[in-house]
Design a protein around this ligand. Structure first.
Ligand code: SF4
Length: 323
């Protein structure tokens, strides 16, 4: 692996883009808010100023990205994608079947939306949605709907849990026990990505979460790439991953074969206004330049595999939003 340099947004524009086969993941920020206040959220501030938010402009940008990379993954995040099912449907309908679609959500049930409405939405979109990533943190940062709803979803789902600062270690086993009985459940624990650096991304020595997990679940392997990694575990037959990702989506790297320095894109963002960004820090993407992007094989690979659990596929989707 070549040396990884943290990206510096103002210098990125001068580099040609490179990305993986099929294109960078396109993360769509829905133009409406959630009702939660997670302490690690960096999007809340943005949703406080909804001027210029537009479903139509987001749809235009989805069409644009589909035209450039017709096989890329899309991730819907927020805010709360399931807070407005009509608008979410409008955006999903823009995406041809060549793409995988992931949705980050808390599965909100409120006065105008029942669990039945959510179930009906998943039934209607069962051929569109690849997986729903449901936020259920050990500390109760989000308003939760009943776990029974998980058993009724018509599409695959995964539980996402951010282990933030001094998370309650003693609650880990009860947390796992809560979900492992639910058919189809898998869990992804997530390191606070604002704390991730190139130095600690693959660190195993000082990683407290990793040590805590190894005490309660069977370690089965590690996959990863320049940008992110996943430590895999088995808990009583339930797939468990511990995910770490860097807090930016572009890596500047010089290709040793031709001496060219590229801005390598892992995630592209469609903002609430439809603006297309190449990083989480407000860097606007040069769409014309992306039309001439250079492709490389995806560098996500198994780094270590052990135990009897050789059949777990690498999770190709690595939704990066904080949910
Ligand atoms: S992390 Fe997600 S659910 Fe939590 S406040 Fe932010 S947008 Fe809302």
């Amino acid at each position: 692996m070549n040396e990884i340099k943290p990206q510096v947004s103002e210098t990125l524009l001068k580099y040609p883009y490179k990305t993986r086969q099929n294109g960078a993941t396109v993360t769509v920020f829905v133009p409406y808010n959630c009702r939660n206040h997670c302490p690690f959220c960096i999007n809340k501030e943005e949703y406080a100023h909804p001027e210029g938010f537009s479903v139509d402009k987001i749809c235009d940008s989805i069409r644009c990205m589909d035209a450039i990379t017709p096989y890329c993954d899309f991730v819907f995040t927020g805010g709360e994608p399931f807070a407005n099912l009509k608008s979410l449907q409008q955006m999903l309908d823009m995406i041809p079947a060549t793409h995988k679609i992931y949705i980050n959500t808390t599965l909100p049930v409120f006065e105008f939306q029942t669990a039945d409405d959510i179930v009906a939405f998943t039934q209607k979109n069962r051929n569109k949605i690849t997986c729903i990533n449901v936020s259920r943190h050990m500390q109760h940062y989000v308003v939760e709907s009943n776990d029974q709803l998980l058993t009724r979803l018509a599409v695959p789902f995964r539980i996402n849990c951010v282990l933030y600062k001094k998370y309650p270690v003693r609650d880990m086993v009860p947390y796992l026990e809560r979900f492992y009985r639910i058919p189809g459940a898998s869990i992804q624990f997530r390191f606070d990505y604002t704390e991730t650096t190139p130095q600690n991304l693959y660190d195993t020595w000082d990683d407290k979460i990793l040590h805590d997990l190894k005490r309660i679940a069977a370690y089965t392997g590690l996959d990863g790439c320049r940008m992110r990694c996943g430590f895999h575990f088995d808990y009583k037959g339930m797939e468990l991953t511990y995910h770490k990702t860097l807090p930016y989506s572009t890596i500047v790297e010089t290709d040793k074969t031709n001496g060219v320095t590229y801005g390598i894109l892992y995630d592209i963002l469609i903002k609430q206004t439809g603006a297309i960004h190449s990083d989480w820090d407000g860097t606007v993407m040069d769409v014309e330049k992306y039309k001439h992007v250079v492709y490389e094989p995806y560098d996500l690979k198994w780094i270590e595999r052990c135990g009897q659990h050789q059949s777990h596929p690498i999770m190709t989707n690595q939704a990066c939003a904080v949910m």
